[in-house]
Design a protein around this ligand. Structure first.
Ligand SMILES: Cc1ncc(COP(=O)(O)O)c(C=O)c1O
Length: 395
């Protein structure tokens, strides 16, 4: 590991991400960038128009610390509609600068130095850094790719039990899951909920892809399982649901005492953000069910285009049940099975950029995902078509 000058010891190892390297490579080589997960198509006009109209009005100034009341009310109503849970918008909902701030503020608020967090890997990259910034210790449990490429990623419950120690404070879940596209089943979440209750753990659940679920998969929030509401904080965000990842409007909900703790940390991170975007997201959350099912259907179509293209290029694909991402096993076209080397060479070989799944693991476990690579399909028809054509060069 290269030591970064000046950087505090707790953040050594969290240097420049491979996303930056791959995005720079995409620009330098004119490649189609399927590395980073952001859509290249706009959000719904009902949302964009509200933001445009709010600019130049008092909405440009600091919103209230917990978020604008209409957005908190819209989050509570949305949760009631899709999760069947009642929330008090004044005490049980907090608006944040994206899901990222909700996660960091929670970790800073809840963890004492040395407290342990059990979570699955591969994992979204901000979790390990957020835990480190809060002085906590990550205890990753591996998700196992399907043996023959078909079927869902799984985990061994014994690994979760082993990871839980007397120092464990928090179980950090993410379903639908980035980077694997796994949707944790009700049975899996019930087992995890039972472990959380038996060990008196708090649960932080990242559900930013809650609406981007395909086919028969069912998104279940752990907060809705018996005995879980009082110990669970749920994080979500507008970025993925409304194609506005740059707006960074997120929120966290849960029991009032936990939300109050998170608010204490959050007020000294950003205090508030995105004044004109908050009423726009309130309007988005109130859109009819058809908007949300339509967004999932549209993305499922894009998934199918990319998955077919990857398979035609000779890459075995683990087809995701949700999210923006498909995973491939590179071994048939990269005999040493090195996903990072594959990604570094892919712009030259095919004019496409992807990211190696190995970067979503703690360094000591990166070998588990060494042969896997993640491709994003949240891209316009033309971009996906071009990417699929270019990937044929691999076959
Ligand atoms: C699982 C997961 N959580 C959180 C985020 C960040 O969300 P936001 O942009 O709202 O901070 C992402 C973004 O890619 C993500 O994939």
């Amino acid at each position: 590991m290269t030591r970064v000058p000046y950087l505090a010891a707790r953040l050594q190892g969290f240097g420049t991400t491979v996303f930056a390297e791959m995005s720079a490579l995409a620009v330098a080589t004119g490649s189609v960038n399927l590395g980073q997960g952001f859509p290249d198509y706009p959000g719904p006009p009902e949302v964009l128009d509200v933001a445009r109209a709010a600019i130049g009005t008092p909405a440009d100034q600091y919103p209230p610390g917990p978020g604008r009341p209409e957005l908190r009310a819209a989050v509570a109503e949305h949760v009631r509609r899709f999760r069947g849970t009642d929330l008090d918008p004044d005490t049980e909902v907090l608006v944040t600068a994206g899901a990222t701030e909700a996660l960091s503020a929670t970790l800073l608020a809840l963890l004492e130095t040395g407290d342990e967090v059990v979570l699955f890997e591969p994992m979204y990259d901000c979790y390990a850094a957020g835990i480190a910034m809060a002085g906590g210790v990550a205890r990753p449990v591996p998700l196992l790719p399907p043996e023959d490429g078909a079927g869902p990623w799984t985990f061994d419950p014994a690994d979760v039990r082993t990871a839980i120690t007397p120092r464990t404070k928090l179980l950090l879940l993410n379903s639908p899951h980035n980077p694997t596209g796994k949707v944790f089943t009700r049975d899996e979440l019930t087992l995890l909920a039972e472990l959380a209750i038996a060990n008196d753990l708090l649960v932080l659940t990242d559900e930013v892809y809650e609406h981007l679920v395909f086919g028969g998969a069912e998104h279940v929030s752990p907060a809705t399982l018996p005995g879980m509401r009082e110990r669970t904080l749920v994080v979500s965000s507008a970025g993925k649901t409304f194609n506005v990842t740059g707006w960074k409007i997120g929120w966290i909900s849960g029991p009032a005492p936990l939300v109050a703790a998170v608010r204490t940390a959050k007020q000294f991170l950003t205090y508030v953000n995105g004044g004109p975007f908050q009423p726009a997201i309130a309007a988005g959350l109130a859109l009819p069910d058809g908007y949300f099912t339509g967004a999932a259907r549209d993305l499922q179509f894009r998934r199918d285009v990319l998955v077919r293209g990857l398979a035609d290029a000779g890459l075995p694909v683990i087809s995701p049940e949700a999210t923006y991402f498909a995973t491939v096993d590179v071994r048939p076209v990269q005999p040493d099975g090195d996903g990072l080397a594959f990604c570094r060479a892919l712009p030259e070989r095919a004019g496409v950029v992807a990211v190696p799944t190995g970067v979503f693991y703690a360094p000591e476990h990166a070998h588990l995902g060494r042969h896997l690579v993640r491709f994003a399909f949240c891209k316009s028809d033309e971009v996906l078509k071009e990417a699929v054509e270019r990937l044929r060069r691999l076959a």
